[in-house]
Ligand binder design. Structure first.
Ligand SMILES: [Zn+2]
Length: 417
């Protein structure tokens, strides 16, 4: 089978024929394309066919490499005389505009970039990092244009730190149904950021906000404010994952402080290597950690008291009826207030302040699973950390949509990847 037969059979390039193919210095494969005799070119402005006007110098379009050969299509573009657009360069099925990378190669790179780092993809397919970046950008902009925000009825919003020095992103994801995807990424975590999400979605689909029944968020003020205004009838939930995250932070603070104090007093370092004993759920502890925790629990120190308060609070999530949950919450807060531990008192205050939104968890409990929030938050954080090297906001935005947006892709006659 000849190489050009392979290409001809895999791609539907109607109106064009491959007249030759050659290998250059053992590193490049070049396929020469010509327009079929008598065929008319397609105007790149309006998509209609018109007679040729003239021909431009030969151009090379990079195609998917194979067997260690970089591959190129060689073709001299026609200009057509369009009755409405004037003299226009024709549209070819493998490329668009001034881009010298074929559409096939771009989708090919973008697809690999979901599995491997952009750098590795570039090295593997004999191209540069920036070509991979542009390929991913191309895939993302196609996907965003062709996706439908239909059927979104539960969303979650989160703030993610992407750079040192209080650089944050706002991310919004869809939580309902089978489509758990990233819907939107924006700069900062301000009122303006969250508002732009609603503006953009409403623009894409009229009545987007009316379709939403649940919103999950953490306690960030800007989000709570915007949500109250834009989604008035919606059940707003401060979810379990974000609240328990606050507990972990508080315990970590108490432990670090106490360890420092004990060290100063010259007491044996009982708290050394104890961090994960307090942060993990008891069922996730290793044997070693379990024994260590058992020993520590006999001591009357602040971090132990805080730990026990946290474990007690886990019971809160087991309640079924909101009034009983509320009662439990109040009792717990009383206890925390008497604990003489400032970080725990802070949590108690926070819980009281947001009591209604927290109790909404019970209203929505049966209808969606908060593990999803945790899962997506974890995925985004890992990705952002990996992408720290990129530095530029645009790159992170593209990478997040690409990995987590579940964006649609076009159908090709042959799937090259
Ligand atoms: Zn035209």
């Amino acid at each position: 089978m000849r190489l050009k037969t392979v290409i001809r059979q895999l791609c539907n390039f109607k109106g064009f024929i491959i007249t030759g193919c050659r290998i250059c210095k053992q590193e490049k494969g070049i396929f020469t394309f010509e327009a079929r005799k008598g065929s008319r070119g397609i105007c790149s402005g309006c998509g209609k066919k018109f007679p040729s006007y003239d021909r431009l110098p030969v151009r090379f379009f990079e195609f998917i490499p194979f067997w260690g050969l970089k591959c190129f299509f060689e073709y001299s573009m026609r200009r057509v005389n369009c009755s409405s657009c004037g003299i226009k360069v024709e549209k070819v099925p493998w490329g668009d505009g001034k881009n010298n990378i074929t559409i096939h190669f771009r989708w090919f790179l973008a697809d690999w970039a979901k599995l491997l780092s952009w750098k590795t993809v570039a090295e593997r397919y004999r191209t540069c990092w920036d070509t991979v970046r542009r390929a991913v950008e191309f895939a993302v902009s196609y996907g965003l244009e062709h996706r439908s925000p239909d059927g979104v009825d539960a969303i979650g919003v989160d703030e993610i730190q992407w750079k040192k020095g209080h650089k944050y992103l706002t991310v919004v994801y869809q939580l309902n149904g089978s489509a758990r995807r990233l819907l939107w990424v924006g700069r900062d975590r301000t009122i303006k950021s969250f508002n732009s999400f609603f503006d953009e979605m409403e623009k894409a689909q009229n009545g987007f906000c009316h379709g939403i029944r649940f919103l999950c968020s953490d306690m960030w003020k800007a989000y709570i404010k915007v949500a109250a205004k834009r989604l008035p009838g919606v059940i707003h939930i401060l979810d379990r994952f974000h609240i328990m995250q606050k507990f972990s932070k508080a315990i970590d603070k108490i432990r670090a402080e106490e360890a420092r104090k004990l060290r100063k007093e010259g007491t044996p370092p009982v708290l050394k290597h104890s961090r994960w004993c307090f942060l993990k759920r008891p069922s996730n502890l290793t044997d070693k950690e379990r024994f260590k925790l058992k020993d520590l629990l006999k001591m009357n120190i602040g971090v132990i008291r805080a730990y026990l308060l946290k474990e007690q609070f886990q019971l809160f999530w087991e309640y079924k009826s909101p009034p009983w949950a509320r009662k439990f919450l109040d009792t717990w807060c009383d206890k925390a207030n008497r604990s003489r531990l400032q970080p725990m008192k802070d949590i108690s205050m926070m819980l009281q302040r947001h009591r209604d939104l927290i109790l909404n968890w019970f209203k929505a409990k049966k209808q969606y699973n908060s593990g999803i929030v945790e899962g997506l938050n974890y995925k985004i954080n890992t990705m952002v950390r990996k992408a720290f090297g990129y530095r530029s906001y645009e790159v992170i935005e593209t990478a997040l949509y690409h990995q987590l947006g579940d964006l649609p892709e076009p159908q090709f006659e042959h799937q090259f990847w």
